[in-house]
Design a protein around this ligand. Structure first.
Ligand code: FES
Ligand code: FES
Length: 181
């Protein structure tokens, strides 16, 4: 079926468990639908070239770049954005990991990182550092150097496995204070 870019079409998407129906232009990108139609601005736009991954969301559980998908291509699909991670005032284990391990500085890349990490852990609950780095290789961070992001994902993965993670940041702070004692 061919649709003219300016033609309008009816779509229904489930976003974070809630159904949304709308009439949208066929050319409307999913990221603009989320940010402008649904006012969910947690999904960021960092480039126009499919490079940065700031716009990453889950589409039927798979991490995709919402700046490269038309809204009509997501018709009938389940979308998960960063706004859906926290449940009943409780941070998701990965959000807790980013907090505990200082996995962000400016935070611009964080929503995309979180969703890519969630998709990774769904298929690989106990990933190696190499697997984590590969899992977030489509997400660019200009601030952190990635080390703490990897630790944050390891922390979140441990929580999701039912283990009690030890924050490496807390450890190193303790070691530092002991060395100055
Ligand atoms: Fe950069 Fe989508 S906004 S990859
Ligand atoms: Fe600034 Fe990643 S924390 S871009």
């Amino acid at each position: 079926m061919t649709v003219e870019p300016l033609a309008t079409v009816n779509v229904t998407l489930e976003v974070n468990g809630h159904e949304h129906s709308a009439e949208v232009e066929a050319r409307l990108l999913l990221v603009h639908f989320l940010r402008e139609n649904l006012q969910m601005t947690g999904t960021h736009i960092g480039c126009d070239t499919s490079n940065c991954g700031a716009c990453t969301v889950l589409l039927d559980g798979q991490a995709i770049k919402s700046c490269t998908l038309l809204t009509i291509q997501a018709d009938g699909c389940q979308i998960e954005t960063v706004e859906g991670l926290e449940q009943n005032g409780q941070l998701h284990a990965l959000q807790e990991g980013f907090f505990q391990e200082h996995g962000l500085q400016c935070g611009f890349c964080t929503p995309g990182m979180l969703l890519s990490a969630k998709a990774l852990l769904a298929t690989s609950p106990n990933p190696t550092e190499e697997e984590i780095r590969r899992g977030i290789s489509g997400n660019l961070c200009r601030c952190t150097g990635y080390v703490n992001i990897v630790k944050a994902i390891e922390y979140g993965a441990a929580v999701l496995r039912g283990e009690t993670p030890v924050s490496t940041h807390a450890q190193s702070t303790m070691e530092l204070s002991q060395s100055h004692a």
